[in-house]
Design a protein around this ligand. Sequence first.
Ligand code: LMR
Length: 395
Amino acid sequence: MFDSLALLPPDSILGLAAACRADSNPDKVDLTLGVYMDETGLCPVFEAVQQAQRDLVQEEMTKVYMPPQGDAAYLEGVQTLVLGEERRALLGDRLTAVQTPGGCGAVRLGAEVIFAAAPTATVWVSDPTWPVHIPLMGSVGLQFKSYRYYSAAIRGLDFTAMLEDLEAASPGDIVLLHGCCHNPSGVDPNAEQWQALATFMAERALVPMVDFAYQGMGAGLSEDAAGLRCLIDHIPEMIIAVSSSKNIGLYRERAGAVIFLGGDARAAEAMASQAVSAARRVYSMPPAHGALLAGRVLSSPDLRSQWAAELAQICQRINGLRRDFCDALIAETDRDFAFISEEHGMFSFLGLSVEQAQRLRNDKSVYVLDSSRINIAGLNAGNMDRVVNAVSAVL
Ligand code: LMR
C-alpha cells in the first residue's frame, strides 16, 4: 500500500535547523528557526514560568482532560494581553477565545471557522509570508491570493503596492496580516499605515485574520499590539491567532489561542463553537501544561510583572543585536545594512541570493534560510564577527 508513497523533502525551516544540528563544525551558527536564544546560545525558560511550574507541580491534583475551549485563566490572560483591559471590556461578549496547540493550531482553527462560514472566500497573504501559512490554512480548503508587501528594492514595505493589490479583494475576503514582527521580513506597517489599512479594509468589508506570534518581541507589549487594536477599532469582525511560544517561551508546550471577534455575541459564540468542533475532529482537546503555566503567569500580579520585565529585557537585547549587527556589517562590507536596525522582532532578510545563502551554510557553517532570512536572536557576542565575516565573504 505504501510502496510507491512519495517521500517528502524536509520542511524548509525545520530541515535546515536539523542540518545545522548535524553539522560537526564547532563554530557553526544556527540562524534558521525562529526561537529566542540568549547570549550563551540557549533558548531559556523564563524565571516567571519556572516559578509557575514549581507551583503547578505542587498543586496539580489531576491530569483529567482540559475542557474543549481550554483553560479559563489562560484565555482570560491572553485576551487581556492582546486587546488591553479597556477594549476587552468594551467588546464584551462579542469576543470569544479557544485554546489551541500553539499558534499553528490557532491559525488552523481560524481557517476552519472561515471555511465553515465562507468556503469560497479568498485569503490574501503577504508576499512573502511564513511558508507554513498556506499549507496550514490551505489544507482546510481555502483559496489564496497574495498581495505585494516586502520590496527587496527598497528593503521595506511597499504599502502602495499592498493596497493596490488588495483593491482586487471582494467583500468578505480574508486578509492575513502579521500583527507585528513580520515573519520573514521583520518589516511592519507604521502607525499611519495601520490606520490607513484599517479604513481601507472597513470600507471594503475585508475581514482581518491576524497572526500575532511575536507580541513583546518588537517594541514592547502594548506597542506591538497597536496595529491590531487599530484594526479592532474600525472593523466589526476579526480572527486573531495568538502564540505563547515566543513571548512566554513555551515553544514545545504548544500553547496558543484563537480569539474571535463577532459582529454580535451570537456570532462570536458560533465562531468558537465551530473552532471547538473542528478541534474535536482532529485532536479533541488542547494540551494542558503550557496553558496552565501561562495562565498562572498572566493571572498572578507578581509573576506577570516578573515575566513582563524578562520579556522587556529580551526585546531590548534583540534590538541591541540589530544595531550591533548592522554597524558591524556596514563597517565590514561598506554596504547599506541600515534596514536591519529599523526592522522589528527576530527576523530580517540579509538580501542574499539562494546561491549565496547556500554558500553561507555549506562553506561557512552559518545556517540561514534560502530566502536569506536570519533569526537575529541567534546572534551573540561570541558569533557576531564570524557571521559578519561569512556574509562579507559570500557577498
Ligand atoms: C519560524 O518561522 O522559524 C518559526 O515560526 C518556527 C516555525 O515553526 O517555523
